[in-house]
Design a protein around this ligand. Structure first.
Ligand SMILES: Cc1ncc(COP(=O)(O)O)c(C=O)c1O
Length: 398
């Protein structure tokens, strides 16, 4: 029956992170003791006041279709959040609420990409960007960085990557999988390149903005360069900040013409995101914000422990992150030492089978030679995972 699957879809790779989680779950079901560090979601539960808002919405009968682009209440809550936290001002017709930030990105790419248009994606990148670009008919232009570059592209690299066919640049800060964030000065330099290229749009995927402990406040491109406001599309949502991955609420903020095009796509695909989840997200933005600090502090503590511990394991080199909940060590020395494996993908399988630890290989993030470990789990679990990794790897360096 695979003959019936469209050619374009055959080119799309299934999500590597979901694949690792599924493999780990399968081994667990088979009775194997596996520690899963593959997941990209907070281990915290959604705060009670947010759950209560959802329950109240159900009881109040908010169980019908809403406006395709989100309830007026949620849009106002998002507008309030953008003003309060990011110092940027938007109108309701410049906001589109979707079923997660992933859906917002997919809507955006489908709304602005013509066949063959180029999308610049700095690597390491979130696994989904290139495949979503492919599905939208675009061509990914990958700009590589390494640990030595702090995993960040420079203005020169961006300038060189831009061609007449460039339609969009995808920025993600703090980054999945590296945890690195652009400083204000670095963002300013990138912004200047965008100013010079009026045919280029920028998507800023800010989904990890609340899981950030860098030295200075995060720099927002729209705040830095109001003159390119119309060409920047802010992508964000409640999944990571408020531990609401399952509720599926994300949004885009941008020029009304682009938002209207995205809304049209959404109106012919999913229609509105879940009405109850929208009520919960409204409370997330309007309600008490102390949960953000509590979760951030826990992520920072785990980060500090894990990066330090990984660097004690022979053959692993791990940089400090400034946010998100991933460690992204260089594993090339381990790959070279362990018999019978030749890359990070094989190493990840080897670690699953020999150490009982599920990590995601760097290759699907556009970064061969690295693996990603999620620290969205307790310190005790991280300690157990580190001990297992150490036991499995150290003998090869004896
Ligand atoms: C960089 C990045 N952007 C977007 C998303 C998707 O977020 P959502 O759950 O809101 O669709 C993720 C989730 O892993 C992510 O890591």
């Amino acid at each position: 029956m695979s003959d019936f699957v469209a050619d374009l879809v055959k080119q799309v790779k299934p999500s590597a992170t979901i694949a690792v989680s599924m493999k780990a779950a399968e081994l667990k079901r088979a009775g194997k003791d596996v520690i899963g560090l593959g997941a990209g979601e907070p281990d915290f539960d959604t705060p009670d006041h947010i759950k209560d808002a959802a329950i109240a919405a159900i009881k109040a009968g908010q169980t019908k279709y809403t406006a395709v682009d989100g309830t007026p209440e949620l849009k106002q809550a998002i507008i309030g959040k953008l003003l309060r936290e990011n110092h940027v001002s938007y109108q309701p017709n410049e906001i589109l609420v979707s079923c997660g930030a992933k859906h917002s990105i997919s809507n955006l790419l489908n709304a602005v990409i013509n066949p063959g248009d180029e999308v610049i994606i700095p690597a390491p990148y979130w696994v989904s960007y290139p495949d979503m670009t492919l599905l939208a008919g675009g061509e990914s232009v990958i700009v590589n960085t390494t640990m030595a570059d702090d995993f960040k592209i420079t203005a020169e690299q961006l300038r060189e990557a831009i061609t007449d066919k460039t339609r969009l640049v995808m920025l993600n800060s703090p980054s999945n999988p590296t945890g690195k964030a652009y400083t204000r000065v670095e963002m300013q330099a990138l912004g200047e390149v965008i100013v010079e290229n009026p045919h280029v749009l920028v998507a800023t995927d800010d989904i990890y903005e609340h899981i950030y402990w860098g030295a200075e406040p995060l720099a927002n491109l729209v705040e830095l360069f109001p003159e390119i406001r119309d060409r920047v599309i802010i992508i964000n949502g409640v999944s990571k900040a408020y531990a609401m991955t399952g509720w599926r609420i994300g949004y885009a903020a941008g020029h009304q013409d682009i938002i209207a095009a995205m809304r049209k796509i959404q109106s012919q695909s999913t229609s509105n995101p879940c009405s109850i989840s929208q009520a919960a997200a409204t409370e997330a933005y309007n309600g008490p914000q102390d949960c953000l600090g509590v979760m951030k502090a826990a992520f920072k503590e785990r980060h500090d422990y894990l990066v330090e511990a990984l660097n004690q394991i022979p053959g692993l080199k791990c940089a400090q992150g400034e946010g998100a909940f991933y460690a992204f060590p260089d594993v090339t020395e381990v790959v070279a030492k362990v018999d019978g494996i030749s890359d990070d993908v094989e190493l990840a399988t080897w670690l699953l089978e020999n150490a009982g630890v599920a990590v995601v290989p760097g290759t699907p993030f556009g970064a061969p030679g690295y693996v990603r470990l999620s620290f969205a789990t307790s310190i005790d679990v991280l300690k157990a995972a580190v001990a297992r990794l150490d036991d499995a790897i150290r003998p090869f360096f004896a």
